[in-house]
Design a protein around this ligand. Structure first.
Ligand SMILES: NC(=O)c1ccc[n+]([C@@H]2O[C@H](COP(=O)([O-])OP(=O)(O)OC[C@H]3O[C@@H](n4cnc5c(N)ncnc54)[C@H](OP(=O)(O)O)[C@@H]3O)[C@@H](O)[C@H]2O)c1
Length: 250
């Protein structure tokens, strides 16, 4: 496999934008899928027009996502080899399940579950054609510990890991490797969040860090290091797993 082309969903997010910068440094072509904003990666794309393409698309809309990706692939001649799926709707409900608005619950499930199905279905068509593909899905430690006041997010993250296990078994025959990376709290820039969500995270993480043996949140490098290996040619046998990056917290 000579040329690597990564599709990154949630590419304007904290993790997605970090991955974009680092994978570009390693020489990959990048197809970056963003939702509302591209402020974190706009400069990277404009300075590297031959290596980076941005697609602005809600991943819940399968046809538009498929069409836009096909268009980029036919104009660049790139063939996707890797998928890093970080896009997520966060736990904006901040309420117990009993008090959560059904429409909001559905929206989070739509983005995190239907969105995951869509991005996988679109990428798999290319991976199967080439009998090669490496996928990392982003789950969360909440898939094993739950998330009080974030039931839709917790449910969707657990489901993503199980989609990963299923896909690994279905697509092993096509040389497609799929793993889920499930971090605990990551140290991120939270300036874009609403005041209430920032407060919720502050309190939540203050309490959580007390329980983390290594007494800190994960850094982007902590996350990237493992993913880099899972996505590399060195990994030809580890598939269908869920990896927890939690500083020793079970
Ligand atoms: N950060 C943490 O502490 C933490 C902990 C555990 C697990 N994780 C997981 O790690 C991954 C990355 O986290 P992060 O902190 O980088 O998240 P983030 O900064 O919130 O980025 C998520 C990105 O997904 C995009 N997105 C949301 N809905 C979308 C949709 N319908 N279609 C397309 N894109 C959509 C968002 O775009 P818009 O903002 O434009 O909507 C955003 O740029 C996530 O899967 C998260 O669940 C994070």
């Amino acid at each position: 496999m000579k040329e690597k082309t990564f599709i990154i969903s949630g590419a304007n997010g904290n993790v997605g934008s970090y991955f974009a910068k680092n994978l570009l440094d390693k020489g990959a072509n990048l197809i970056l899928i963003v939702h509302n904003n591209d402020d974190r990666i706009k400069l990277l794309a404009s300075e590297n027009k031959k290596k980076v393409k941005i697609i602005k698309q809600d991943i819940t809309a399968f046809l538009q996502l498929n069409n836009k990706l096909n268009e980029v692939i036919s104009t660049t001649g790139w063939s996707p080899t890797h998928l890093v799926h970080t896009a997520t709707a966060r736990s904006h409900d901040i309420k117990s399940l009993a008090d959560t608005d059904p429409e909001l619950w559905g929206k989070i499930i739509q983005a995190n579950l239907i969105g995951t199905f869509n991005i996988l279905k679109v990428a798999l068509a290319y991976f199967k054609l080439n009998s090669y593909g490496k996928i990392v899905l982003f789950g969360s430690n909440v898939s094993r510990i739950g998330l009080p006041n974030g039931s839709a997010y917790a449910a969707s993250k657990a489901a993503i890991a199980n989609i990963g296990r299923t896909l690994a078994a279905e697509e092993a025959v096509n040389n497609i490797i799929v793993n889920t990376v499930s971090p605990g709290p990551i140290k991120i820039d939270d300036s874009q969040f609403s005041e209430s969500y920032r407060k919720f995270r502050e309190e939540y993480y203050k309490e959580k860090i007390r329980d983390i043996p290594l007494k800190r949140c994960a850094s982007f490098q902590d996350i990237f290091g493992l993913c880099e290996f899972l996505l590399s040619d060195e990994n030809s046998y580890i598939t269908g797993e869920e990896f927890f990056i939690t500083g020793g917290k079970i």
